[in-house]
Design a binder for this molecule. Structure first.
Ligand code: IPE
Ligand code: MG
Length: 216
């Protein structure tokens, strides 16, 4: 979800205004996701490298996460959405950790949609931590054993990866899981991303013939 800062700058507003607008977009897009046969939806909200931003911006983003959980708790429960935090939450304030744990526990039994919020997520860190957790294991590490050691073991491979904001890189997001993902880059800044833009991305995906290395 890239482009919040530029969206605010274009309006002569401070960056936090862009992040707030980005959150509104996310709540709208989740509602559209229900219209499609999508069972797993992940968003990259905060990378492990985003700690390097000015402290005031980091603090503001962490506060926004808490607000996002407070404001959307009921929505997630009512719509039977299973919430997963993807990342290492140990660096987050205790109050945020508690909210994440409560939401995870209270939506655990749902499966209408699996929603993954990647926060303090870095793919390299995830792969390294899985390797370190498994290194004492005697038996041969298979793909399924390896995947089980990821932050969230049941996250399926990425089918479609959308990056807004015009950059054409993965920025350490789900590198293993995106091995066969269709990559869709759009210049639209995240706060402006709407149903039409989502439709365009899904149409792009639907036209793809996915061969996974085979001929047909
Ligand atoms: C993405 O928007 C949101 C987060 C990483 C939290 P940016 O904050 O990266 O927006 P730009 O790239 O400065 O426009
Ligand atoms: Mg950015």
């Amino acid at each position: 979800m890239d482009g919040n800062g530029r969206w605010a700058k274009n309006r002569d507003k401070p960056r936090h205004v862009g992040h707030e607008a980005g959150l509104k977009t996310l709540t709208k897009i989740i509602k559209h996701i229900f219209n499609y046969r999508i069972s797993h939806f992940s968003v990259y909200a905060f990378s492990s490298e985003n700690w390097l931003r000015p402290q005031s911006e980091v603090k503001n983003l962490l506060m926004l996460f808490e607000k996002a959980i407070d404001d959307n708790f009921t929505f997630l429960i009512e719509n039977k959405i299973c919430f997963h935090l993807l990342g290492n939450i140990s660096k987050f304030p205790k109050s945020l950790q508690k909210k994440i744990e409560d939401l995870t526990n209270q939506t655990r039994q749902y499966n209408k949609l699996h929603f993954y919020l990647a926060a303090n997520y870095g793919s390299r860190e995830e792969l390294l931590s899985a390797s370190n957790n498994l290194k004492m294991q005697q038996k041969k590490i298979t793909e399924s054993i390896f995947k089980n050691a990821f932050y969230v073991s049941n996250l399926p491979d990425v089918d479609l990866l959308i990056r807004t904001g015009g950059e054409t890189r993965l920025s350490n997001f789900l590198l293993w899981q995106s091995a066969y993902a269709e990559l869709y880059f759009t210049k639209v800044l995240w706060p402006d991303f709407n149903k039409k833009n989502l439709d365009n991305a899904l149409n792009f995906f639907n036209k793809k013939v996915r061969k996974f290395g085979k001929i047909t």
